[in-house]
Design a binder for this molecule. Structure first.
Ligand code: FES
Length: 87
């Protein structure tokens, strides 16, 4: 697992193995937009403030994935222990 920190609210959530960031945010009533839940529509795009995403979507370009400035929270994970999101 890894930890997600929400920049604006200061909330921190442990993402359990097998759970997505999106699932965990929704479990805690965090207001995130989503649609496909499969990494293709782009709706759940979320800004990354700090940390290293493990991009598993088919939406961001390779260059965007390298820049690590956004993550598709419905399907991607983290390579770092912590991800700070612009939420
Ligand atoms: Fe469609 Fe995440 S909800 S890419």
């Amino acid at each position: 697992g890894f930890e997600v920190v929400l920049k604006k609210s200061g909330q921190r959530f442990e993402i359990a193995p097998g759970k997505t960031i999106l699932d965990t945010l929704l479990d805690h009533q965090v207001d995130v937009q989503y649609s496909c839940s499969a990494g293709v529509c782009g709706t759940c795009r979320t800004g990354v403030i700090d940390g290293q995403p493990d991009h598993r979507d088919d939406y961001l370009t390779d260059e965007e994935k390298r820049e690590n400035r956004s993550i598709m929270v419905c399907c991607s994970g983290a390579r770092s222990k912590t991800l700070v999101l612009d939420l």
